[in-house]
Ligand binder design. Structure first.
Ligand SMILES: *Cc1c(COP(=O)(O)O)cnc(C)c1O
Length: 374
């Protein structure tokens, strides 16, 4: 892991700076706001921020669980020394059950047949597999339909498959005025009451993603499962409540500069041609880094917005620097983040790309150095 130092910063031409204090702060804020246990969801390499450092920072901020999508992500965290409780939220192949048991990783259950396969592996391997049961209440994705849950749990009593949690996922928690979330929670609550009356209710209950943490206190139960807001991003792109801090800055340096005469084509296809003498800089960042090949993009140089001109290449793109006549090779460029008085938010980039902040950060390539600012 690379920690921030001025020397490191001079070493790279394009890099991410990750503010671990921001992640820690956001985790603590969520814990305080909800009063629930916090399961920091750090799937997809911690939303691009780096899974292990993000997990460590969230734990430092009070998170007691880590949630991931795949067992490979959970195993990598264990190898990286993360010893907190870990839940795989998505599908775990039955053949991975022995590893889940060895490394004390909790899996999600959503299908009685798959659970039977798990149990076969548990019985061969020995030990106990911990699982949280996922219930379908309106997401239309993974989850057991509520009617199946009680008989299913009854059937697992006294087996080595220990269902010590139950959860559901909300489809529209980013819409505070929709009745979708209250309807989902009503279905979930009715099931929980039924299980309680039958002595089958698992110990831990959870439902809230980031949007629900912001909008639906009745969804907090025992554990909340935020991802986006943990990194200081907003599930809707609207401003977050006071106190949340974005953790990510994406920077680069100008690596070359030309004063081209009029008529110079810039980049593949010469889709941009200089109309007069123009100052064109090269930014060593392209779609191979997760910076999309889109038109009409801007970055910050010397605290000013400058246009990207011509097509974005795999490893480079070009900047029109006429408004920054003093710009020189080595100057810092901000792709996402703040420079001087200007900010380019991850949501502005998302809008440009016709997507959401989640997809922007998940697309940050492995080859980008991540520098951790503690
Ligand atoms: C990804 C995910 C989350 C976190 O979602 P955010 O919107 O980033 O907070 C929570 N629960 C489940 C099941 C998920 O898949």
């Amino acid at each position: 892991m690379i920690y921030f130092s001025p020397v490191d910063i001079n070493t790279y031409s394009t890099w991410l700076e990750i503010d671990l204090q921001a992640i820690k702060n956001n985790a603590a804020l969520i814990r305080e706001k909800t009063g629930a246990e916090v399961m920091a969801v750090i799937k997809a390499n911690g939303y691009g921020h780096g899974a292990r450092p993000a997990a460590q920072a969230a734990i430092a901020g009070g998170a007691t669980w880590i949630g991931v999508a795949r067992i490979e992500e959970a195993l990598a965290l264990r190898r990286g020394g993360i010893s907190s409780k870990l839940l795989v939220l998505g599908f775990t192949p039955a053949a991975k059950v022995p590893e889940a048991i060895e490394h004390n990783i909790t899996v999600a259950l959503f299908d009685p047949e798959l659970a039977q396969n798990y149990l076969d592996y548990v019985n061969i391997h020995g030990g106990t597999l911990h699982a949280h049961l996922k219930v379908e209440t309106g997401m239309g994705r993974l989850g057991m339909t509520p009617e199946l849950v009680a008989p299913f749990l009854e059937g697992l009593k006294d087996t080595a498959l220990d269902v010590d949690g139950i959860f559901t996922h909300l489809a529209r928690a980013d819409e505070p005025d929709s009745d979708s979330t209250p309807r989902q929670l009503a279905i979930f609550d009715a099931l929980l009451a039924d299980l309680e009356s039958k002595g089958l209710k698992p110990e831990r209950v959870h439902a809230a993603n980031s949007a629900a943490v912001l909008n639906f206190p009745q969804s907090y139960y025992d554990i909340v499962r935020p991802g986006d807001i943990l990194f200081g991003m907003s599930p809707t792109g609207d401003t977050l409540p006071d106190g949340f801090k974005p953790a990510l800055t994406w920077k680069a340096r100008i690596i070359s500069l030309h004063n081209f005469p009029a008529g110079q084509g810039i980049s593949y296809g010469s889709t941009y041609v200089t109309s007069k003498e123009e100052r064109i800089g090269v930014m060593p960042t392209g779609y191979g880094d997760g910076f999309r090949r889109a038109e009409n993009q801007q970055v910050l140089v010397d605290g000013k917005r400058v246009d990207i001109v011509g097509r974005v290449c795999m490893d480079q793109c070009m900047l029109q620097l006429d408004s920054v006549p003093d710009a020189k090779v080595g100057d810092e460029i901000v792709i996402i983040g703040t420079q001087g008085d200007e900010t380019l938010s991850v949501d502005e980039v998302a809008k440009r790309w016709g997507t959401i902040n989640y997809e922007v950060v998940c697309g940050l390539a492995d080859r980008l150095p991540r520098i951790y600012n503690e």
